[in-house]
Design a protein around this ligand. Sequence first.
Ligand code: CTP
Length: 404
Amino acid sequence: MSQTPDKPRVLVGVTGGIGAYKSCELVRLLQRRGFSVKVVMTEAATRFVSALTFRTLTGEPVATSLWADEAESRVHHVSLAEEADVMTIVPCTANVIAKLAHGRADDMLTTTALATEAPLVIAPAMNTHMWRKDVTQRNVAALRARGVVFVEPGTGELACGDVGEGRLADVALIADAIEAEARRSRDLAGVRVLVTAGGTEEPIDPVRFIGNRSSGKTGFAIAEEAARRGARVSLVTGPTHLGDPYGCEVVRVRTALEMRAAVLARFDAADVLIMTAAVADFRPAAFAAEKIKKHEAPDAVPLERNPDILAELGERQSGVLLIGFAAETTDVVGNAREKLRAKRLDMVVANDVSDPALGFGTEANRVHIITPDAEEALPVLDKRVIARELLDRVASRLTPQKER
Ligand code: CTP
């Protein structure tokens, strides 16, 4: 490969719009800013600018088709997807936005976009009416909710002769957005992050337990995002239906006591602990080894307190960045701030669970991020976007730690 491995790698996707010629300028600008650049084009894009132009600019083969066997196209979408630090699509048509919003992958560009774990920056360009259409805006919102960054089109004269919104954003602004994502994609390199997720189950007998409604989605999203940004992640999770996030050590536990043991065993090797788990505060005082029959059901199940894992670690004043979650229905900020103080935490993410459309089991949430000297209210966001926002704040508080 002719590319220098320590340069951030950006994959520029070009779709079929007149703005395609500006992608040539973008490629040059990104190279001047220290990126190594490869290009993937849709078939329609090649009608506006030839693959040879990009090949000449980048010195790399340009991917245009999943099938063609000429050297130009003998590039594998999976390797393109894996090696990119950032993928961008400039210009991006309404059609490609719609395909991405629905997970379609019917050519080299959309297949690569679906396969990549890299952040995606999209700069749309189209006729004003197409951009404003409800269906396009819904597709944009769906992609935004999944963490895709949009560089909004500007207003001006369009290729169709209209004047209005839909013009490709300024190339320098697009390059700025790509640079910001590239920085983010490495900002946790070498940091050891310990995440807990899900709810614990406290057994009454072999088939019954006391549990709660935590789905684990927020913790899994945080673990996955941290790993993507270069952190070494251990995820300790209670029972959940979610599959292992890519690139993390996953420890599956059941009870609060098992979770405590798994967290304690890893705490000394961590730089950050993010406790999203809904740890049961109580467990049945006795466990019946045999299933309790209806006719012998007790009138009450005596409970005893579980240890508070986070409070115990807060006591240690260890220097590990401690982040707790707080599920609240009333006085969200006040209650969360009290937890921050009582458990000696660096940050609490207060989870507003009063709205049944948000929180447990759903894809979105509205959170407040509280530190000893500040508080921020975030809007309703997809849990993956909340993960990104939280880790942005974690990254800015850490001096990146190298191997100890
Ligand atoms: N936590 C813990 N160990 C427990 C209980 C909670 O480590 N036994 C952690 C959770 O993972 C979360 C934070 O502490 O990060 C939540 O604190 P907690 O006071 O338990 O919050 P709530 O459950 O919301 O408390 P309350 O029921 O008092 O509102």
